[in-house]
Ligand binder design. Structure first.
Ligand code: FAD
Length: 485
């Protein structure tokens, strides 16, 4: 139980919640709630009065009204794969965790309009599967797809590997159903692609990390499923050249690059060390390692050529040969089967776990203008090595996002390293280069201090005004996203 309010009140609140969602869906025993009180990082823990699992939007609205009337904080929660402590309660405020996982229906799939309406608790991978049955895709893609929910994806404006082609979650969403902090329900699920009737409330709620309301359902765009694909791992001579390779591939394939992921040698090494079953993609050393995937839904691209190859694969191969002749690509492994493609993606999606398993590290999730990435990495890697850190970098390079993790160099003791100095150097360089200190994971609890320091004061002030206007009692996920003040 949360110690911040008397036990008798806590019991009364739990009873009132049971009256709304049913006895089985209010958890209060410590062994039942424990799993809901930390996220993937395991860093953030706190207590909660209860975990509530509503089964409908109406029940969510009643729970929100109750908590608003009694000034109880509500922490919306999806799959708990967030990496910033956004989905777990903070100490000090009596909180109810609102798990959306029972809202897991795909309400409708419109094949003509190519849209889908899904509830917040639908697991991302389940949405992939539902779309694929109709030869369509929902292109949001990343390692946590088997556990994260679309409510969490919307609330963090998740990105992942396919942003280079399809955009992030915001760009995939056409409208929302949501419960606002006073318990009112907004229903904007028409799926219209044009609707200029005032402020776009979906854009306010997307990326708000549950601080402005509870998302209960959303309507998303779907896309034709690719019927031809080419996946390869490249060793590019240097990071700067990788941007040229990206643009040449885009030109050659009519913007067909679906993923362009940066995986340099230190990242390959840590993955293969922690997961020995994962094979190295290339026999020799990797310079700027790139996992690239190009795809097309055009019949023309999937036609078989005289030599038996598929046209898209042949086009990619021709370009890669040119790039090798020019010295931009040093080596390449092209997936020859679905299994080889899956192996390459397994390697990419294992990196976060590999870094976490291999010892203490500080994870930065940053973005930069494409033209400045190489400069940033070269300068910061040198600085970090001087400070005793081994940078372990991977990134969704095609959209300018780097996951820049700082681990201890082999001969160094993490406890003695000057992490604050390292962070200051990185943030100063980001500011200089017009980058962002949070590309796709959000702010949560973990980036509040850098948000206070680096976000433009005028923008922060507007955000505070919006929060106060919509949630005057500050019940929605307090202590997240907005630094105090
Ligand atoms: P949770 O962790 O449960 O919650 C996240 C935030 O959303 C919290 O602030 C919570 O309060 C809020 N929230 C959840 N549901 C709702 C709702 N219905 N209404 C209002 N607020 C809500 N992220 C990326 O963007 N790109 C990646 O490539 C990526 N790769 C990852 C790889 C791994 C292995 C892991 C573990 C995580 C990765 N993530 C990535 C981070 C994470 O998966 C995403 O942030 C994901 O969108 C979180 O979804 P979730 O359902 O787990 O949300």
């Amino acid at each position: 139980m949360n110690g911040a309010i008397p036990n008798a009140d806590a019991h009364r609140i739990a009873d009132a919640l049971r009256a709304i969602v049913g006895k089985a869906h209010v958890l209060t025993q410590s062994e039942d709630v424990a799993g809901y009180l930390s996220d993937w990082t395991g860093v953030y823990h706190s207590a909660a009065l209860a975990v509530v699992r509503p089964g409908s939007t109406g029940e969510v609205a009643e729970v929100v009204k109750l908590c608003n009337a009694r000034n109880i904080a509500l922490v919306p929660q999806g799959g708990r794969t967030g990496v910033c402590g956004g989905g777990v309660p903070v100490a000090g405020s009596p909180s109810v965790v609102l798990s959306l996982t029972r809202l897991n229906a795909i309400r409708s799939l419109d094949t003509d309009g190519r849209t889908v309406i899904a509830e917040a608790g639908v697991v991302l991978e389940a949405l992939h599967e539902a779309a694929l049955k109709l030869d369509l895709i929902f292109p949001l893609m990343f390692g946590a797809k088997g556990s994260c929910t679309i409510g969490g994806n919307l609330s963090t404006n998740a990105g992942g590997s396919n942003v280079v082609r399809y955009g992030n979650t915001r760009e995939l969403c056409l409208g929302l159903e949501a419960v606002m902090p006073d318990g009112s329900v907004i229903n904007a699920l028409s799926g219209l692609r044009k609707d200029n009737t005032g402020y776009d409330l979906k854009d306010l709620l997307i990326g708000a990390e549950g601080t402005l309301g509870v998302i209960t359902a959303a309507v998303f765009k779907l896309f034709p499923a690719p019927i031809a694909r080419s996946t390869a791992f490249l060793s590019v001579d240097k990071l700067e050249s990788a941007i040229t390779v990206l643009n040449r591939l885009q030109d050659q394939t009519g913007g067909g690059v679906e993923a362009f992921e940066y995986i340099p040698q230190p990242a390959v090494d840590v993955i293969c060390k922690v997961f020995p079953a994962i094979r190295r993609p290339l026999e020799g050393p990797v310079a700027a390692g790139i996992l690239v995937e190009v795809a097309s839904s055009r019949r023309h691209d999937s036609e078989q050529m005289e030599d038996g190859s598929i046209r898209l694969e042949a086009d990619v191969m021709k370009l890669l040969t040119e790039l090798m002749d020019e010295g931009l690509v040093l080596d390449a492994m092209i997936a020859q089967s679905e299994q080889q493609r899956a192996d390459l993606w397994k390697m990419r999606e294992s990196i976060l776990e590999a870094i976490t398993e291999s010892g203490p590290a500080y994870h930065l999730d940053i973005s930069l203008p494409l033209a400045r990435i190489a400069h940033f990495v070269e300068k910061m890697d040198a600085e970090m090595l001087r400070l005793g850190f081994q940078p372990l970098t991977v990134g969704h390079l095609g959209d300018g996002n780097l996951h820049y993790a700082l681990s201890a160099a082999e001969d160094q003791d993490w406890a003695t390293l000057r992490l604050e100095t390292a962070k200051e150097k990185v943030f100063a360089e980001l500011t200089e280069l017009n980058g962002s200190f949070s590309a796709e994971h959000g702010i949560g609890q973990s980036k509040l201090s850098v948000m206070a320091k680096l976000k433009e004061p005028a923008q922060l002030a507007v955000m505070h005004s919006i929060k106060t206007a919509l949630d005057p009692n500050n019940i929605m996920n307090p202590g997240k996203l907005l630094p105090p003040g």
